[in-house]
Design a protein around this ligand. Structure first.
Ligand SMILES: Cc1ncc(COP(=O)(O)O)c(C=O)c1O
Length: 357
């Protein structure tokens, strides 16, 4: 067996000396959770980041609970989930007892495709549009739908301007350690409508609304002051972190371009924690993965199956999953992290180039 010389990812959190002053303040305040000052500060900082008001931003325990908090429409709409995504996209709405259906994805854009019926039923469905691997979503293309959720899990680094988001729409972000500006475990929901943000704040706090008498069935989805401290420290270092992501992204894109590999629809200037190679067939994907593996280079199929071909979603309604299955079989994740060295890039490039001979 070959030893791994380049792992597929390496999470890097903010430096301890940047986090420690925040943690000291948390200890001094004696407030460790329950929407304390660090969480409030984080919501304010991210409001500026996404160009919205702080009341629109809800900091939350993670990106999955963020999707659940965005799926609290009480008229029981059907949430339309892309077949090709991380399972959390579907699990979020299910967590709040919602009805979901699956739709296949676009072969080159990799995003949710809806049917003519969905457009006709726009008032009773809520598309959950995943920004795949941080690929930006153009909200204008979704203007037929008064409500929707953008699962923008990997988009924090792209800093989308959310000021124009409609009142029925929301965007969810993951601040997991593997994501850009990650804090360990954390998430955000940015709501188009402050009233929806208020409902989400109640829901993540056991349905409490100002008193200890619960108002609705909720959960505990609060972000702790510790997670908020790491997230604030990450924002303090955003300029450096984003410059590092820019550098590794450009190098990966240059190698893809030089060797004629399709890197997917994400723009070259995305600040995303992925290097992808989309090949034509499952056999070719296996060949690429085997050659890299033999050279000690780890790969991963980030989304290795269409969701309705997995156990929890097997019997659920879908428009089909042919495109998703093809993408699941043929899109390979290569190593991508901020500390990828010249030598590691060189080794990956040489190994990929050998495959082109
Ligand atoms: C598309 C997508 N949605 C949701 C999530 C869930 O985020 P979290 O891990 O913060 O719960 C992820 C995590 O990788 C993801 O990739």
């Amino acid at each position: 067996m070959t030893s791994i010389s380049v792992q597929v990812m390496k999470p890097v959190l903010p430096a301890l000396d940047v986090v420690t002053p925040y943690l000291a303040e948390v200890y001094e305040s004696g407030i460790f959770s329950n929407h304390g000052p660090k969480v409030r500060a984080l919501e304010e900082r991210y409001a500026t980041w996404f160009n919205v008001s702080p009341e629109q931003v809800v900091a939350i325990s993670n990106g999955t609970v963020a999707i659940a908090a965005a799926a609290l429409w009480e008229d029981n709409p059907t949430y339309l989930i892309p077949e090709w995504t991380f399972p959390a996209t579907a699990m979020g709405p299910l967590e709040v007892g919602a009805t979901i259906e699956f739709r296949d994805v676009h072969p080159t854009e990799w995003t949710l495709t809806v049917t003519d019926d969905d457009r006709r039923n726009a008032n009773s469905v809520v598309p959950v549009v995943v920004a795949p691997f941080g690929h930006p979503i153009d909200l204008a293309e979704w203007s037929d739908f008064p409500r929707g959720i953008v699962d923008a899990a990997a988009c924090a680094g792209n800093r989308p301007d959310l000021s124009g988001m409609g009142p029925g729409w929301s965007a969810t972000i993951s601040l997991h350690a593997t994501k850009v500006l990650g804090c360990g475990e954390g998430g955000l929901v940015i709501f188009g409508d402050v009233a929806r943000a208020k409902i989400a704040r109640e829901w993540i706090n056991f349905g409490f609304s100002g008193t200890r008498v619960t108002n609705r069935v909720g959960t505990n989805g609060k972000m702790s002051e510790f997670a908020a401290s790491f997230a604030l420290a990450a924002l303090d270092g955003a300029e450096t972190e984003l410059a590092e992501w820019k550098s590794v992204r450009e190098r990966a894109t240059a190698i893809n371009t030089e060797l004629g590999f399709n890197g997917g629809p994400m723009p070259a200037d995305s600040r995303i924690p992925y290097w992808l190679v989309a090949v034509d067939t499952a056999d070719e994907a296996a060949r690429v993965a085997e050659s890299l593996d033999a050279a000690g280079i780890q790969t991963r199929k980030w989304w290795p199956a269409a969701l309705t071909s997995t156990k929890p979603f097997h019997d659920m309604t879908t428009s089909g999953n042919a495109v998703a299955t093809h993408l699941a079989d043929t899109v390979l994740g290569l190593p991508m992290f901020r500390e990828l060295s010249d030598a590691q890039f060189g080794h990956i490039r040489t190994t990929l180039a050998d495959l082109r001979k």
